[in-house]
Design a protein around this ligand. Structure first.
Ligand SMILES: Cc1cc2nc3c(=O)[nH]c(=O)nc-3n(C[C@H](O)[C@H](O)[C@H](O)COP(=O)(O)O)c2cc1C
Length: 209
């Protein structure tokens, strides 16, 4: 085990700045060791009561991947139809790399994990899902550090995804991730580059209460 290096946030800051939601992938698959390394890193995330409620699934069946893609198309068509004046802008956005990404990863959260013995979640049961979110973010950063892209797809109906993937009832769907080598690297979110939204300095200000 290597010792913790001396304080130097610059490397992490660079990683955070270059982490992107990726929607354009090269089709070549990653070596299995790389996927394993990403999962191992994700498992270093904090979790309520050390419950480790995350369940990462590789979706390899072509039929299941197609079903998820169809589900995305269905939900995105509803989302597009429900938009107002910005419908055309929305329709032009690319909101998933499901067709190109070599790997699909569905992430679930155990609803009531025995591990952790309930510590910390009596008043806030949602902390299990938040713990799973922490693991996803850690996975995302670990991927960025290895030149791997991750794209989060949430334009899906969770119940339909769970059914399509035959997930146990005890698991709650949290995220569907497209994973693979990105076509490009960027230090600015794609939604900003496409003029949809931008980062705002006011969100980086402290509220003092
Ligand atoms: C909970 C969550 C859900 C998201 N769902 C989608 C999605 O369905 N489609 C998509 O294109 N991006 C999705 N994103 C990615 C965001 O659009 C992206 O994080 C944001 O635009 C900032 O860009 P960046 O991640 O490259 O910094 C999601 C991100 C999060 C955290």
């Amino acid at each position: 085990m290597t010792a913790l290096p001396p304080d130097d946030p610059s490397c992490l800051d660079t990683l955070l700045r270059w982490r992107r939601d990726v929607r354009h992938f090269r089709p070549d698959p990653l070596p299995p060791e790389t996927l394993d390394a990403l999962l191992a890193s994700a498992c270093l995330a904090p979790s309520v009561g050390l419950s480790e409620p995350w369940r990462f699934c590789q979706v390899t069946s072509a039929a299941r991947r197609r079903a998820i893609r169809d589900e995305f198309e269905r939900c995105n068509a509803i989302a597009t139809a429900g938009r107002g004046v910005d419908r055309n802008d929305y329709a032009r956005l690319k909101l998933a790399g499901l067709d190109q990404a070599p790997h699909h990863v569905a992430v679930f959260s155990e609803r009531d994990p025995a591990q952790g013995r309930g510590l910390g979640r009596m008043t806030m049961p949602e902390t299990t899902v938040w713990s799973t979110m922490m693991a996803i973010h850690t996975f995302w950063l670990a991927a960025t550090a290895r030149g791997v892209g991750v794209g989060w797809v949430s334009i899906l109906d969770p119940a339909r995804v769970a059914a399509c993937l035959d997930a146990p009832l005890a698991w709650e769907f949290v995220a569907y991730l497209c994973v693979g080598r990105p076509l490009e690297r960027a230090d600015t979110p794609e939604l900003e580059r496409r003029g949809w939204e931008r980062r705002r300095p006011e969100t980086a200000r402290w509220h003092v209460i």
